[in-house]
Each structure stands twice: as C-alpha cells, then as structure tokens.
Write a protein that binds this ligand. Structure first.
Ligand code: GLA
Length: 745
C-alpha cells in the first residue's frame, strides 16, 4: 500500500485512493495528488510528477541557490507562513515575542503496519493487516525543532489519516501559536465547501458555499465542538449528485475548539486545513517536550454524497468506534426525560419501567434529577449521590428492581459540571473554571469544573465509579450542558502554566475521565450528549459509540438533522427517540407511525409518557418494536443511501441495504401534502442488482426496473384517488421492504 521512489516520492494507495507526497527542492514535504486510485506507479518517472515552473515572475523567490524556486504556488503538506508563500500556514512557532520562520527538512522516514488503539487519546486504530503507515521525520536544525508526520492508509477504505507531533530539541522554550492537524491542497474543480451547521435543536443542517478567491471557515471557540458547527467538512464538486462526482471529506478526532477552513488563491489552488483553533491557543514547549495534534482524516470518493456518507461510516465503524461495540446490537431504551422531567420518584419510575418492558423495550435510562436535591436545573450537579427523597432505599435497590425486570439500566451524569448550590462547590470552590478578578458567567445555572486539574478528574471518577458499582450499571448518558466562558484554570495558574493551554488541557482531562471509566468498565455503553448534539464529534465517538444528536425529538426536524449527520457519521452513531405528540420542542403533532419510522434509522428509543397512551398506541409501539428487533442489524449497520436530492425540502427517502443478504429497507417521508404534485412518481434505486428479482413488500419486481425506472412512490391523495391513496395529509411516511427473491427461496 506504500510505494517509495528514490526516497523522494511516496505513494500511499489501495484499490480506492492514491495519495502522493514528494520532497520539494528545499527538502520540505510537498503534495502531488489525492484522488482515485492510480494502482501501482511503477515504473514511474518521478520527474513527470514534478512542477517545472513557477506560476508568476512576480512571486518572491525563496532560495538564493535556486532563485527559480518559490513556495507561493506549491502544494505542501505542512505550509508555514512567513517565507515565499503568503497564504495562511498550518504551523507557527515563536521564541518569546519573536516569530520563528520554521523550515522543516526531511531527514528520515519509516513504515509500520497496524495501528494500536490506546484509550488515553482518541485516534483511529487498525489490525496489523488492515493498515500501513509512514512516518516522516523532519528537522529544523537552526530553530531546534523536530516534526513527525504519520500518514496511514487503510485496507479497503477511501480515508487516510494524519497525525503529527512537534518536539523542542533545543534549550530555549518555544511557543506553538498554531499547529493545525491536516492540510489538503487541491486544484479547484468547481468546489463548494459543504459543512454541517445550525444551533441547539437544529444541529448539523447541510450548508454549501461555493469557493471563491479568499477564505471560508467554520469552527468553534466554545470549549466543545459545538452545536453551531461540526469538524466534519467536505469539498464537493458543485455538479456532484447523490451518486456521482468527486467529494473530499475531512474530519478531526477531537472534541474541543476547532477550525476548518478553505482558502483559494489567485491560481485557483485550494488549501483545506483543519485543527485546533489558533484563537486563544498557544502551547509552551520546554526542552525535550512534545506536542501532539489531534488526528485528522481525509476521505475521497468519486461516488457523490452517498459515497462520502458510506466511506465516512465505514471508516468510523471500523477504525474509530470501540471494537466491542462494532456491529454489536444496541438496546432499545426508554428514557424518562420527556416523560417526567424532574417530577418523579422511585415508584413512578418503576411503573414506567414495567410498562416499557411490557412494550418490548430493553434498557431503562434514568435521566437528570436523580441525585442531590435536584428538582430543577439549579442545583446539585457534582453531588453524584441519589436523592434520598426520591430513592428512599438507595440507588442500588432501585437498580436491583430494574434488573429484576430483565431491563438494563442507564443513568444520566453531567460529569464536567457543578452547581453553585451543591456540596461539591461548597467544599471545592477552587475546582471551578473561574477568573480570579473577573465576573463568572453562569450557563443553565451551573459552572464548569476545571478538568485541566487532574485532582478534579480523579474526584469525579471516584464518585461515578461508586454509582456504577452500586447499580451494576449498563449504560451512561454523559451530558454536557454549557460552554466555557472566562476560560481560566486556578490549577494551571498555580502550576505556572499559561491559560492559553487551558482549552486543550480541559479536553485532555475529559479524555482522561473517559479512559479511566472505560478501563474500569470496558463494556459500559456510553451515550454522548451535550444539550443534544453540542459535542457530536469523533473524539466522543471514540469513547461512546452513540451520541444523542439533538434535543429536538420532532420527527420532521429530525429528517434534516439525521440527513446532515449521516453525511459524516454512521447510522449506529446516533440514537433516536419516539417522543410525544404534540412535540415538546416545536409543538407539532405527527402520527405515531411517522415518528417511529423516522426514529428506527439507528439505535431506537422512546421518550414519552407511557401512562397516557391509548391501547391502540400501545399495540402500535409493540408491533413496531417487534419489527425493529427483526431489522435491527440492517437499521443500525446497513449501508445508508439517500434516494432523493438532499436539498429537497419536502421529501426524503432513506434506504439501508445489506449487500450480503441482498435486502433493503426504504422509507419515504413527505412533510407537507401537495395538491396535484408535480414530483416524480418513481425513485430509482441504483444500488440494487439488475440481475435479481426483488420482493417489494411481497410483490416481485425486476432489479433492473427498480434501478432504472425506480420504486413506485406511494400513491398520494388527489381529487381522483381518494379511496386508494397510500399517503394522505401532512407528515407521512411509507416503508418498503425489499428482498432479493433468491434470498427468500
Ligand atoms: C440535556 C439533554 C437532555 C436531557 C437534559 C436533562 O438538555 O440533552 O436530553 O438529558 O439535559 O437536564
């Protein structure tokens, strides 16, 4: 998978992609190509791939020895600002106030196989026969810095990853001001930057911005990857469709402040960069110290947006999600939040649990309000001991009763937070993120704990461990409901460490807590959450295989949220709950059938008041759960396709396909009814096998017909077919089950 020519040209490739790196005349790493696989290049002519001339006579020349050479228009693997390239660079280092115009020259490289999974820091991993890596060692002799960049190519994957470290080998301290994790340089091909943006309750909506000369960026400065933007971005040819066109995806395995930006220069060269946001960040390196940047992923597909979605999903499910949870069945949960909010006691919960069990659910998740004296969101965070009024016999006794019903138990924690009205805050006011002389902002009535302080992480671990042991806990819902303001760690101040390191050290502290919990309880299922989807990223998914994607549980809103999320993340990574109608966030009333059909794509749950269901609703839930259990593998781990254009506001069609068993489940959703619709009557299903005959809801249809003409959309109500319409009115869904006939014989 790695070809090397004359120690000057490096070709990482598999059957899907090729990535070529070269050595520039100044010994820096250059970039030649990333795109469809080229197969082996041998016998190749290195000179053929080299740039012969510079673009413009007006550019600043870099080297006296060869005054034809400039970096101005060169594709580089780690560009730096301050020499003959005037675009933004990926690395910037200072000696006190003085900028160092770093110049990294390649001195050595080596390859290795496989990539170990280490709980200490989230990163991709692979078995020995699944990946090959190359490490480039680069040195800036004069400024006494060493840079190591590791690229990994994976068997059968369109994704390559990149990890890099910077070491100070000199005696004078160095300050890193910027160290972005990944750079991808490409010629513009009519690209637009695709990103997933939104807000609380409307996370990860798909946005596209055409590139133009200049810079477009998204990012977060909230101390978390955030609701507003997501580290997953893509460069997509404007003409790309669901199934065709070149698309380059990028992501970071990181949960904190990030920047993703695309800069296009005067020659239509595009520089895509991702990494820790340089705003409010710098890191001091003393002699011998090393800084490691979060890992960055780049994905290529020639198969449009479905290709991007599938490449991302496949990579994350194989190389980021914990091996224990890969392809492992996720429980159908009942979560009491929207059913009770803070108004519950043990008795009420047990009745709900019984009812959920009777309907076929498998895990009871006790949400916020079980600890301290928390009857609203103004107190007790940090006091992880059950409320004796709500649980007179203790949380252990409650857990036993839940387990006795043959239900798993999940419990909500918000480990990184503390309420001013809590025992923890009374005992340790110094454990809070708080500037000594400035105001302290309060979000949702709570403070953020100083996770840069190892003693805080340790104390929270001890408290959580106690509850996990006492309840023999199966599942944690790990929430984080406010962002960081006035970032200041009393601990770092005491240690003489700069506050500009706080945000990153906080995230390292968070990862340390995950590591400790999972080292002690390796099979615990953790569901990530941050006021819904405020920290939906690969750092969290490395530890918790699923994330609550949004506090908006309205099925119509979820069509957009889930469609956006699925471009960069797998189906198995987000949980969906069927909630009440009218919905608590937007007040919309939709049918139970519609809500269940939206929620079944991925891990399923219910979050509604089971006491007020009619018998008919109970029956509908029961039979939906029976159906879901039969289709669970397909709905959680199947290959996902969008069958309609993503910008279609009124209709979505989601398909999951299992190529082994040649079966598919396809759901058509229509938001609003239309009079005399002009829409197509058929939905082509290009992924089916043209040689096959499929049973479509029991009726045989030729595969070629389904591929070319398509699946007949459900009949809609109009004036003439009132009696036979399959979907009428607003908020409708229709499910098709497809099975290759040979599969049923
Ligand atoms: C956040 C979560 C919700 C719920 C509440 C509890 O908003 O996203 O699902 O757990 O906190 O306070």
């Amino acid at each position: 998978m790695i070809e090397i020519k004359n120690e000057q040209l490096f070709h990482l490739y598999n059957e899907k992609i090729s990535y070529i790196i070269n050595v520039l005349p100044n010994q820096q790493l250059g970039h030649v190509y990333f795109g469809p696989s080229l197969g082996t290049l041998a016998p190749f002519d290195q000179a053929y791939l080299e740039k012969k001339e510079n673009k413009s006579a007006g550019t600043v020349k870099f080297f006296e020895a060869d005054n034809l050479f400039t970096l101005a228009d060169r594709f580089q693997e780690l560009p730096t600002y301050g020499t003959s390239d005037f675009r933004e660079g990926a690395v910037s280092v200072f000696e006190e106030e003085t900028p160092l115009y770093v110049d990294f020259k390649l001195v050595a490289f080596h390859c290795f196989e496989g990539k170990e999974r280490k709980l200490a820091q989230p990163a991709s991993f692979a078995a020995a026969d699944e990946s090959q890596s190359i490490v480039f060692e680069l040195v800036d002799q004069e400024r006494q810095l060493e840079l190591a960049i590791t690229y990994t190519i994976f068997k059968g994957s369109g994704t390559i990853t990149r990890q890099q470290t910077l070491t100070n080998t000199g005696s004078k301290p160095r300050t890193i001001q910027r160290f972005l994790s990944g750079v991808l340089e490409l010629k513009n091909r009519n690209f637009e930057l695709l990103h997933l943006s939104g807000a609380w309750l409307k996370e990860r909506h798909i946005k596209t911005v055409p590139l133009t000369q200049g810079t477009i960026s998204v990012g977060s400065l909230k101390g978390a990857s955030g609701h507003q933007h997501n580290p997953f971005v893509a460069l997509k040819e404007q003409q790309a469709t669901n199934d065709t066109g070149h698309v380059y995806g990028a992501n970071l395995i990181y949960s904190g402040n990030f920047l993703a930006q695309a800069e296009m220069d005067e020659w239509d060269n595009v520089r895509l960069m991702l990494g820790i946001h340089p705003e409010h960040f710098s890191w001091q390196l003393s002699q011998g110290e090393t800084f490691e940047a979060p890992e960055c992923l780049f994905t290529f597909t020639a198969a449009g947006l479905n290709g991007l979605s599938q490449e991302s999903a496949q990579f994350i499910e194989k190389h980021v999600i914990a091996p224990y949870w890969q392809k492992r069945q996720r429980p159908i949960v009942f979560n009491n939040w929207e059913a009770t909010y803070f108004d519950f006691n043990e008795e009420k919960l047990l009745t709900l649990a019984q009812e959920s069990k009777a309907l076929g659910m498998e895990c009871f998740v006790l949400d916020d309000g079980w600890f301290g004296k928390r009857n609203d969101d103004r107190s007790s965070l940090g006091d992880w001991v059950a409320d004796p009024v709500k649980f007179p016999k203790g949380i252990g006794s409650f857990a036993e009763k839940i387990h006795a019903m043959q239900l798993q138990l999940g419990i909500w924690f918000e480990p990184e937070m503390v309420s001013p009205d809590s025992q923890l805050y009374q005992e340790h006011p110094e454990w809070v993120v708080k500037h000594p002389y400035e105001r302290i902002s309060v979000g949702r009535g709570q403070y953020v704990l100083d996770f840069a302080n190892p003693a805080v992480v340790e104390a929270i671990f001890e408290a959580m461990q106690k509850v996990i042991l006492e309840t023999k806990l199966d599942y944690i819902k790990w929430d984080m409901n406010r962002n960081i303001t006035e970032a200041y760690s009393p601990y770092l101040a005491e240690q003489g460490i700069s506050q500009t390191e706080f945000y990153h050290r906080y995230i390292l502290g968070l990862y340390r807590l995950y590591e400790k919990i999972l080292a002690a309880f390796p099979t615990l299922l953790i569901e990530g959450c941050a006021g819904g989807g405020g920290r939906y990223d690969l750092g969290i998914l490395f530890y918790s295989p699923q994330i609550w994607p949004s506090d908006d549980s309205d099925a119509v809103e979820r069509l957009a949220i889930q469609s956006g999320t699925l471009l960069g993340y797998p189906l198995s990574s987000f949980s969906n709950h069927v909630s009440a109608a009218p919905n608590h966030q937007v007040g919309r009333a939709t049918s139970l059938d519609f809500r269940q059909t939206v929620a079944m794509f991925g891990p399923l749950g219910y979050e509604l008041d089971l006491f007020h269901l009619s018998e008919a609703e109970k029956q509908a839930i029961k039979s939906q759960i029976v159906f879901y259990k039969k289709q669970r593998q397909l709905l959680t781990f199947g290959t996902f396709y969008q069958l309609q254009q993503l910008d279609h506001g009124n209709e979505k069609t989601w398909a999951v396909y299992d190529p082994q068993n040649e079966e598919a489940l396809i759901a058509f959703f229509r938001v609003l009814a239309q009079a005399n619709p002009t829409a197509e009557d058929f939905l082509p299903v290009a992924f089916l096998d043209g040689q096959q005959v499929y049973q479509v809801n029991g009726e045989p249809v030729s595969g070629q017909l389904l591929r070319q003409l398509g699946l007949r959309k459900p009949y809609q109500f109009n004036a003439v077919n009132h009696g036979t319409a399959q979907v009428t009115g607003d908020f409708q869904s229709f499910v098709y089950q497809l099975q290759a006939k040979k599969g049923v014989e």
